[in-house]
Design a protein around this ligand. Structure first.
Ligand SMILES: [Fe+2]
Length: 248
């Protein structure tokens, strides 16, 4: 019998080793993510055990969850004071492209990822008004849009995604999309984008402990794991602002 399986647990693949997680809802009690400090610390310890090195906390900011920058910074200080582990913690946000976003952009009241990267999302079902105009405005204000989980937007075609990419929008893959947490269609779209090297960043988008258990305990194909390894390397180039080699 052929001794090697064609599938492997994500937890055994070392994808998480040394990784920066660019999308996580682990700031306790501020949005629909982790609800208590105890769970946040448990989630961080789980990530640390699998080798994650840095985590960007990216709570939602949207009209339905109008978290202020000062409020999030205060909650972030509480988490940092309580956390005794080795993961580097950073604060940013995930901005819904709604009216509140325009207010925050106009007031330059934003929490970007490193390098002025701005993590943004839209409704999964409907585009915002003048989406390409929003991305142009973000760029003209000196920020670089990173679209969270592009594989999850049911209204977007592959052509739409290519157009955004050409317009300077970077893409962040949700690991749970690859493991099938959101269903087969999203898993397939994520696989296509991964195969075409269209992603720039990886995130867990972790909202709960069960969410993390699903990601680490699901088997995915070795081929997907190899593509994820390539993306993890590309992410390091993005992270440190180094020019990518032409052949990856
Ligand atoms: Fe998210």
């Amino acid at each position: 019998m052929w001794p090697f399986s064609k599938r492997s647990l994500l937890a055994d693949s070392h994808i998480l080793y040394g990784l920066t997680d660019y999308h996580a809802h682990l700031l306790p009690g501020v949005d629909d993510g982790i609800s208590s400090m105890g769970e946040a610390l448990e989630a961080l310890s789980g990530l640390e055990r699998h080798g994650v090195k840095r985590v960007w906390l990216t709570p939602h900011i949207m009209e339905d969850m109008p978290n202020t920058t000062l409020y999030l910074q205060a909650r972030f200080r509480e988490l940092k004071a309580a956390y005794r582990g080795a993961i580097e913690l950073h604060l940013a946000a995930e901005y819904m492209l709604d009216n509140l976003f325009w207010e925050r952009l106009a007031g330059n009241d934003l929490l970007p990822l490193e390098g002025n990267l701005l993590l943004v999302e839209t409704s999964c079902f409907n585009p915002p008004i003048d989406m390409e105009g929003v991305f142009e405005s973000i760029l003209s204000c000196g920020y670089f849009p990173v679209l969270a989980h592009p594989e999850r937007y049911s209204y977007m075609t592959m052509d739409d995604l290519y157009r955004l990419k050409t317009a300077g929008v970077q893409f962040q893959l949700n690991l749970p999309s690859i493991t099938g947490l959101y269903g087969k269609t999203i898993r397939i779209t994520a696989g296509k984008l991964l195969q075409k090297n269209l992603y720039d960043f990886i995130g867990t988008d972790m909202h709960s402990l069960s969410h993390f258990r699903h990601v680490k305990n699901t088997k995915i194909s070795i081929k997907r794991i190899q593509r994820l390894r390539v993306l993890a390397v590309l992410q390091q180039y993005n992270q440190f602002g180094i020019q990518r080699p032409a052949d990856i």
